[in-house]
Design a protein around this ligand. Structure first.
Ligand code: S3P
Length: 171
């Protein structure tokens, strides 16, 4: 079985994923990192030089590969769960957990890194507006997760602990 952490950018998927994997002595796979490795470009470069459609195709390819793993924590980018082929691949051997956070909390976290690393937040509208709009569109997909953790009031460690306990309870 794998644990798949889904949620918007800034929901803490990578940080929490690493903590959980370390605690369970499982492997951790960050889908964006594998895309960057395969393309030898940053995600921002892929978006600006090759466009979002190319990025999404690469994302699906890597997800299908990583979904074959076992005893792994997988963290796909925020948009990945909205594509049926990605969802189906991840669901096959995965328990999907949504890290649910408010747009305000997501923005607070996203601001910890340069916004230039976030190709979807470089447009004209404010980041808060874009995050709220994307979250509205994506909630319908995220809601299909096997388990939802509301993270606004929790530290990264508390969220990780909750998930580790959940994994132990279903193993
Ligand atoms: C995206 C989120 C990013 C990255 C890409 C697209 C999205 O990943 O995959 O910029 O569509 O929300 P994170 O969710 O890890 O930031």
């Amino acid at each position: 079985m794998n644990i798949v952490l889904i949620g918007m950018m800034g929901s803490g998927k990578s940080t929490i994923g690493k903590i959980i994997a370390q605690t369970l002595a499982w492997d951790f796979y960050d889908v964006d990192k594998w895309i960057e490795k395969e393309r030898k470009k940053t995600i921002a470069e892929i978006f600006s030089q090759e466009g979002e459609a190319t990025f999404r195709a690469l994302e699906s390819k890597i997800i299908k590969e990583l979904a074959q793993k076992n005893n792994s924590v997988i963290s796909p980018g925020g948009g990945a769960p909205c594509f049926k082929e990605n969802w189906d691949a991840l669901k096959k051997n995965g328990t999907i957990i949504w890290l649910k956070a408010s747009p305000q909390k997501l923005l607070e976290n996203v601001k910890k890194k340069p916004l230039s690393l976030r190709p979807l937040l470089t447009g004209k509208t404010s980041s808060l507006e874009t995050i709220s709009m994307l979250l509205n569109k994506r909630e319908i997909f995220y809601q299909k997760a096997d388990w939802v953790v509301e993270t606004d009031a929790l530290s990264l460690e508390q969220t990780s602990e909750k998930i580790v306990n959940f994994v132990k309870s279903i193993k």
